[in-house]
Structure formats: structure tokens, C-alpha cells
Design a protein around this ligand. Structure first.
Ligand code: ZN
Length: 104
């Protein structure tokens, strides 16, 4: 099982949009993986524990660590229109995920 290479932006966007506006974007049927392949979405796992591809785990850990940083940066910007609590929650969620991808 692999990870969706876009997981970090999509996941972050989904968390923020779903919380702030009640929107959830559609998932694609095939995705590019963290290790550079294109596979059906069904061959990707959304839980870190389900990802068996080592390259994808490393990729996902880095992406989630970056996403956590981005959410924290956004939280420090005034007037972006998203509640700071949501961004801090997203940052925490990404940091937790990064750690889970690193523990294998
Ligand atoms: Zn992979």
C-alpha cells in the first residue's frame, strides 16, 4: 500500500474546509504516490499503519511535518479568515501523522 502524493495539501485543505465551511472535496480515482507511481486510489492507505511502502512512509512523514509548519505559519497571519483553533488543530493532526509514519 502507498500514500497519495497530494495527501498533505488535500488533507490539510480538507480539514480546514470541512471544519470552516462544511465542504469536503471529491477524491480522485487514480493518484500519484509518494514513491512516484500512479495507482488506483484503492491502492493507497489513509492511515499511516496501512502504508507498507517504505518510500511512501518517508515521503508522507516529511509532507505532514511540512504541512504542520504551514498551518502554524498561517495561524500567525492576521485576517486569513480561518479560525486559528482550526489551524492549530490541523497542525497538531499533521504532526501526529508525521510521527505515526516514522514509527514503522
Ligand atoms: Zn509507494
Amino acid at each position: 500500500m502507498h500514500v497519495d502524493a497530494k495527501l498533505h495539501s488535500d488533507a490539510a485543505t480538507r480539514i480546514v474546509l470541512a471544519d470552516a465551511f462544511g465542504l469536503v472535496s471529491d477524491l480522485p480515482t487514480t493518484v500519484e504516490t509518494g514513491c512516484g507511481q500512479r495507482v488506483p486510489y484503492a491502492m493507497t492507505a489513509s492511515r499511516p499503519e496501512g502504508v507498507t511502502c517504505t518510500a511512501c512512509r518517508e515521503f508522507a512523514a516529511e509532507q505532514h511535518a511540512d504541512a504542520a509548519e504551514q498551518a502554524l505559519r498561517l495561524a500567525r497571519m492576521p485576517g486569513i479568515g480561518v479560525p486559528i483553533d482550526d489551524l492549530l488543530r490541523a497542525a497538531r493532526a499533521h504532526r501526529d501523522l508525521a510521527e505515526r509514519y516514522r514509527e514503522a
